[in-house]
Design a protein around this ligand. Structure first.
Ligand code: ADP
Ligand code: ZN
Ligand code: ZN
Length: 742
């Protein structure tokens, strides 16, 4: 049978999907795989040009006699484009998508680039004048101005955008200082480099023994050509970033390059500055504010080895460095490393695969490692290091766990426990700042008893049931349903129902109870406007308010030294999201929230309110004991057959017609091969949000110990769907080891 190859001739074209089909000569069949660079006759004159194979098939796209043949495989070194196309092919197979979707994820699109104008801020004063002015600002408590001037002392030239976006200083403050003649704003035609501070003043720290041990081991492996993945489990502030930089320095000294992944929300000005101070112009950053053109441009610089270190969120993983030496993934447990677009890849797994094929190593770091990574580390798949001490030795906060059932019993019906009220009052008197945190993530429709804490759970899946509009309790994994209850099946109390407390309600309550307090609220409503998010954080940083209320967006990556009290309103909101990750997520959120308290000189306090004070995620987070949490959690995953003990594949189906969708789901589930030993088929069920914009959704879950068995099932379902008219109007997507509730 003849084999054909789809060849792409210009991978930097906007039209990545424009491929040309060629016949594969028999003697090349073995070697023609996605990514291979080939020479082909092109156009009327059949001039020879080069292209890359993106896909092979045995079906000709048009009349076979008109299809030209590949001339030859280009000999020599494998170019980076080839490797990225091969990576895309791997992602397509592993996560399920079309080749085009995978290519577009991996390869940047070339766009016309408008010359960007960037603004830089510089001081107009001498060093002495600046210091005098700074003293005056501090005396007058002009905190925002003082912070900016302080920063300019460190760094005589600052990017305007970085100042407003990352330092949270408003344009009005900058303007005022400009009008006073303190600073000037210069506009500069700036080609390409988003990082452009002026002088570098490098202050090297001396690594402590724990840090040094990591660096020694990793660089020793590196030196003798041994490549693997490492996990650095290091408490917040233990100096992981210093360790990363040391490892990168070694790799760069050997003429190779590094990719540093940091969740966008933690990609702060200060972080970038630290890398800049160490590596200067050899670094570049990537973020979602970069236009497609700028992103493309950054990739070109990487390809040409103008830079050696790329720092950015998930998508920076595809930086086309020709000699990649290391990929660092900071905060490796973060959900944002999992893509929600097809192909739904996990950056950690793709990084490991890319590193393996390109001879690089991977360093993962977190204060609360994902259960997945820790499991692999304990099994010896990853090298494991622990950093147990904070580099700067400031004390961990004191954590109180408040039992909301007790509060109810003692007659307190407020959503604030007695302890939280007392500490709030104290902080307001002392003029210290407070953060109140509602750890709600999207949809949390669980039903619990306010008297005894009992939570309604699925008897088959061991996850919480969710209240649906039609008044029934539903499992989002298996579709199990039962009628809503009026009385608690455990204790008979009538106080059973959905938990409702929004940020807005909390705000109103606070205003009533503490009319003199300044309150800011940060949630989806208040951050809808562009920069809404930044403005609120800026106002809080400038101490324009005493209390900041918010959802998870307030606990990540922001340092507010004046915060000495953090309150978690109801830990239960993330404990019962109806999926297997709810405890892991809760542990991480509580640990992070606790980390927000007392980052300045004053030690902090944390109040965790919950109906389940004995839940292991709450207990272990309060004790800051990761190891204990992990032991409990892995037991649950093993017994219930959830990742990493087994793998889970969600087949997501959606369509405009509810009836057709139901039928399709039923037909599809029949297609799942029954003879695969150990395969569990669950559903079809309705996901947490079963209808969006009149598009209905269904989901089928497949569970197996082996990932590869699930990709086999995926391939089978894909083939079947192509030939089934019933499935034509249905959108089918695959999500391996899904990480988002429902
Ligand atoms: P992490 O990334 O683990 O949260 P960082 O690398 O940001 O920790 O370190 C926290 C703080 O401690 C930073 O201000 C850093 O400069 C400082 N630090 C880290 N290691 C050392 C060290 N060995 N000696 C002195 N200060 C250190
Ligand atoms: Zn009860
Ligand atoms: Zn169930």
């Amino acid at each position: 049978m003849a084999v054909y190859a789809d060849v792409i001739v210009d991978i930097t074209n906007e039209k990545l999907d424009r491929t040309f089909q060629y016949r594969v000569p028999e003697e090349m069949e073995e070697r023609i795989v996605p990514g291979v660079e080939v020479e082909i006759p092109f156009g009327r004159g059949d001039r020879l040009i080069r292209g890359y194979v993106v896909e092979t098939t045995d079906r000709p796209a048009y009349d076979p006699v008109k299809i030209k043949s590949i001339k030859q495989i280009v000999p020599g070194r494998v170019p980076i484009e080839s490797r990225l196309i091969a990576l895309a092919a791997w992602m397509r197979e592993r996560y399920g998508s079309t080749m085009i979707q995978a290519l577009k994820t991996v390869i940047p699109i070339k766009k016309e680039i408008k010359a960007q104008k960037k603004r830089l801020i510089r001081l107009n004063l001498s060093a002495d004048q600046t210091q005098a002015y700074l003293d005056e600002l501090n005396r007058k408590h002009c905190t925002a101005r003082a912070r900016l001037v302080q920063e300019l002392i460190h760094q005589p030239e600052l990017n305007y955008e970085l100042v407003t976006k990352k330092l949270h200083i408003t344009p009005a403050v900058i303007k005022a200082l400009e009008e006073q003649g303190i600073l000037c704003i210069q506009t500069e035609q700036l080609y390409r480099n988003p990082v452009r501070p002026a002088e570098r003043q490098e202050k090297r720290v001396v690594l402590n023994d724990q840090q040094q041990a990591v660096v020694d081991q990793v660089t020793e492996d590196w030196g003798r050509g041994f490549r693997r993945t490492y996990l650095v489990h290091g408490v917040t502030g233990s100096g992981k970033t210093e360790v990363y930089m040391e490892i990168i320095a070694r790799v760069v000294a050997d003429g190779q390059q590094a990719i540093v992944l940091i969740p966008e929300i933690a990609l702060t000005f200060q972080t970038v500055l630290r890398f800049y101070q160490r590596f200067g112009d050899r670094i570049s950053i990537m973020n979602s504010r970069l236009s497609a053109g700028e992103r493309y441009d950054q990739f070109e610089r990487a390809k040409n080895k103008e830079i050696s270190v790329m720092i950015g969120p998930r998508s920076a993983l595809f930086t086309p460095f020709p000699n990649l030496g290391v990929v660092i993934i900071d905060e490796e447990h973060e959900l944002t490393y999992k893509s929600e677009n097809v192909p739904r890849y996990h950056a950690r797994d793709v990084a490991i695969h890319r590193a393996e094929t390109e001879g690089a190593m991977v360093v993962l770091g977190s204060a609360t490692p994902s259960v997945d990574s820790y499991y692999k580390a304990l099994r010896g798949e990853f090298g494991l290091f622990r950093l147990t001490d904070r580099a700067k030795k400031n004390a961990l906060p004191h954590v109180y766990v408040e039992d909301l059932r007790e509060e109810l019993r003692s007659g307190n019906r407020s959503i604030f426990s007695a302890r939280l009220q007392e500490l709030l009052q104290d902080r307001l008197l002392k003029k210290e700042q407070v953060m109140l945190f509602l750890n709600r993530r999207g949809y949390a429709g669980f039903v619990s008893c306010r008297s005894c804490g009992h939570v309604m759970k699925c008897p088959h899946c061991d996850v919480s049931l969710s209240m649906h509009n039609h008044g029934r309790l539903v499992c989002h994994y298996c579709g199990y349903e039962e009628p809503a209850v009026k009385k608690c099946p455990e204790c008979g109390s009538p106080y059973i129902g959905g938990f409702r407390a929004g940020t807005q309600q909390i705000e109103e309550l606070l205003k009533k109870q503490y009319p003199e307090a300044g309150v800011l609220r940060m949630d989806a409503d208040t951050t809808r406007n562009k920069d809404g998010h930044e403005k609120i954080l800026a106002a809080f940083a400038n101490r324009e308010a005493d209390i900041l209320i918010g959802t998870q967006m307030i606990v990540k990556g922001h340092d507010f030294p004046a915060v000495t009290l953090v309150g978690v309103i109801a830990a239960d909101l993330s404990l019962y999201t109806g999926d297997y990750l709810s405890s892991e997520r809760t542990f991480q959120l509580l640990t992070q929230a606790a980390g927000r308290a007392g980052r300045g000189d004053v030690p902090g306090e944390v109040v965790i309110q919950t109906y389940q004070p004995e839940h292991y995620a709450v207990v272990t987070a309060a004790a800051q004991n990761y190891e204990e949490f992990y032991q409990q959690e892995i037991l649950y995953r093993t017994i219930s057959g959830y990742p990493p003990a087994a793998h889970l594949l969600a087949v997501l189906l959606s369509g405009a017609d509810q009836e057709e969708l139901s039928q399709a789901a039923d037909v599809l589930i029949q297609q799942v091969p029954r003879d695969l030993e150990g395969l569990t088929v669950i559903g079809p069920a309705e996901p947490a949000v079963a209808r969006i914009n009149d598009i209905y959704k269904k989901v089928i879950y497949l569970k197996h110990k082996k990932y590869d068995t699930l990709t086999e099932v995926k391939d089978h379902l894909e083939r079947f769907a192509k030939e089934q008219p019933l499935l034509e109007k249905i959108n089918m997507q695959f999500d391996f080891n899904p990480m988002h509730a429902g």
